[in-house]
Write a new protein. Sequence first.
Length: 305
Amino acid sequence: MIPPAELAGVLGPAPAAGTVRPVVLDVRWRLVGPPGREDHDAHRIPGAVFVDLDTELSAGPARPGPGGRHPLPEPAALQEVLRRAGIRDDAGDQLVVAYDDLDGSVAARAWWLLRWAGVAPGRVRVLDGGFAGWQAARLPIAGTGPGAGAPEPEPLPPGDLVVRPGGMPVVDADGAAALARDGVLLDARAAARFRGETEPVDPRAGHVPGARSTPAAANTGPDGRWQPAGTLAGRFRAAGVAPGVATGAYCGSGVNACALVLALEESGLTTPDAPAALYPGSWSEWSADPGRPAETGDRPWAARE
């Protein structure tokens, strides 16, 4: 996580000699309404590069089924996107910072993909508070909308990053079922969807049997800032996360679950060397298979032990 003032300090009009300017990824997205590109064009952090969740941080929107609604992008396609943004392989001090304008979940998807692609943990950050936090700090805003107009830096030259998949652990549906049975599988969706009271997007309501509800929206406070590490740790401990216990996360389409993987690391309960696993297909894949069971309700997980 990086605070807005800290990012502004390292962006600066003229980076210190010998340093590489950070790459800032604008990944704003919404399920309905105008596309995030319009927000980016109107108001953005100076120098930010827009990256689209549906077509660049996933292999294109998919119907529920194998791979889910936001399947992982092909490595070659992701490499092209990240090189266009200016990300370099040989720049160990080059930060890559992602921001959205929701609860950090889409930015966490970018964070997760960068780590999965082999970018070193120390180089990847999510902007704490997102674009709203940047605005609240009264930092410069570029774009064509009202109140914008800060000068843009020169574009970074194309990067040379080589995507090497495997930097973050993933599980398939069978692996997710095993985690729910033998370890801890966290469900990042809203509690009502977990309980099966509503299902606005996917084929069936409910959750993976044995999963534990930990909505990603609770990672952040009312101001959009991420909760302190101790608060996050307490929440995950209450869901059964503990040292030595295999842990994974899923959601509706594999996006919000990335925020749980990030929050677990921020809490200190997992580490960059041993992060939680992600089930990329998530409920959109699981629920599309009629042979897989769906559990409903909100029984305490301990009652199923």
